[in-house]
Ligand binder design. Structure first.
Ligand code: SF4
Length: 447
């Protein structure tokens, strides 16, 4: 309270006090709920709030960690987990040594992150909250400085607007802007207003002062659900509006939170953005098709398909291609990095066909149960080829498979356990004709 009085006066003082109480207790509850000890959670929440209120930010991540009372051992553990989790293709984890990564991270400044919501469902934020390696508390309090996020903050109305203005002014030209949701552009952006201003104007204004823009989710990347035909609000993705800015697209509905964390750390420690593909997606995460690593791929190759939901093939865990699975044309790491820290939790893992949400022309454009054309089908005697130009799996990625995506291994194991004997397979195929393709353009049987 003494520090607040030293810096501010009048109405602002009252506002900051109010913010402080709400933020502290909210952050404390968040961290305590994620398994921190009571004292550590209280300490970290207090330090974060003092920084927010008095504008004092530790110089480097190492400084901040030391000031938070976190031991060197715990920080190294954090870095070791990071090395294990980070995908290949990042300069930060290329050497794959926890000590080197720790030195790099420790010497870096905590990047200021401002997170704006537009036409969204908050699913991307929800997905981030379920990350636990590193967990969201580690992320917020030690590695980045999350200076504005409408879902996490208790402030609203004038308080929220003041917080945004303050965060942008303090970090002008240096912050990372994260955008969640699509931006309505029809009628000069009249379909969505923030504090009386069109959302379009808020994005242009805030985006022009950012160092890097990250469009998180399919909506922010290219419009997503709000842009589905007939697109009444004229919803567009961020890079269509901020054409002159560096924009990284992380499509997905929701995207995997580890891809987001990897981009942030690469930028703040190595001062570069990862290599991007033609749709501005980081290649480290989006260079392989879901189909290439799908645990049901064996069934596809063998011609075993679920014909309708709930049939014997579906219950046996067979390929979902004929139910409309877009895995063969969708670039994303979903088949090796699952969600909510639970092995097998991803659409195909729970028996739902992939909707193709990371592709600009697939999800929300092609009906969900319609099959997609598969190009270059290879005859069954020479199993469908995997594009040799696709990214290789490095040491870190191999560790990832062991760590997170024990998921994929578990799913594959479950699939193989469910594999019935050939006599049973023939009986199922005979009774349900599961090998007959629905799409006339594709002759799977003739492969
Ligand atoms: Fe490919 Fe989808 Fe079948 Fe998996 S379920 S093998 S991604 S078509």
């Amino acid at each position: 309270m003494r520090l607040i009085g030293h810096r501010a006066s009048g109405t602002i003082t009252v506002t900051l006090k109010w913010d402080r109480c709400n933020w502290t207790s909210r952050m404390y509850r968040l961290m305590h709920g994620l398994g921190k000890t009571r004292r550590l959670a209280q300490n970290e929440a207090r330090i974060k709030m003092e920084e927010m209120v008095i504008g004092k930010r530790s110089e480097t991540i190492a400084d901040h960690i030391e000031a938070s009372g976190i031991s060197r051992r715990r920080f190294l553990e954090f870095c070791a987990v990071l090395v294990a989790m980070a995908p290949s293709g990042l300069a930060l984890t290329k050497k794959a040594s926890a000590l080197e990564v720790a030195q790099k991270i420790g010497a870096s400044k905590r990047p200021s992150v401002i997170w704006l919501h537009f036409q969204d469902c908050t699913g991307c934020t929800e997905s981030l909250l379920h990350a636990s390696r590193p967990d969201i508390a580690d992320l917020i309090f030690n590695v980045i400085s999350l200076d504005y996020h409408e879902t996490f903050m208790a402030a609203s109305g004038y308080q929220a607007e003041e917080a945004l203005r303050h965060a942008v002014e303090e970090n002008n030209g240096n912050f990372i802007l994260v955008v969640e949701g699509s931006i309505p552009t029809r009628e000069n952006g009249a379909y969505m207003k923030l504090a009386g201003r069109p959302a379009l104007e808020v994005l242009r204004d805030t985006g022009s002062k950012a160092a890097l823009v990250v469009a998180i989710g399919s909506c922010a990347s290219w419009g997503g659900i709000p842009s589905a035909d007939p697109n009444p609000t004229g919803a567009l993705g961020v890079d269509s509006i901020l054409a002159n800015k560096a924009v990284v697209n992380l499509p997905g509905c929701p995207p995997n939170p580890y891809n987001f964390l990897s981009v942030l750390l690469e930028y703040s420690t190595m001062h570069r953005i990862p290599a991007l593909d033609e749709y501005h997606r980081p290649k480290f995460a989006y260079d392989r098709l879901i189909h290439e690593d799908c645990p049901r791929r064996g069934h596809f190759d063998a011609g075993r398909f679920a014909g309708v939901f709930g049939d014997e093939g579906h219950r046996q865990g067979w390929c979902l291609y004929k139910l409309g699975c877009k895995g063969p044309v969708t670039h994303a790491p979903c088949s090796t990095m699952h969600f909510n820290e639970t092995p097998g939790v991803w659409p195909i893992g729970i028996g739902a066909p992939c909707a193709g949400c990371t592709e600009k022309a697939t999800a929300f454009r092609i009906p969900i149960f319609q099959t997609v054309d598969i190009h270059s089908i290879t005859p069954p005697e020479a199993l469908p080829a995997i594009d040799a130009r696709a990214g290789s799996i490095g040491v870190a990625a191999a560790t990832t498979v062991g760590a997170i995506a024990g998921a994929a291994a578990t799913a594959a194991m479950i699939a193989s356990r469910r594999l019935p004997d050939s006599k049973r397979i023939r009986a199922i195929q005979k009774s349900e004709d599961t090998t007959k393709p629905r799409n006339k353009d594709i002759d799977l049987e003739g492969r």
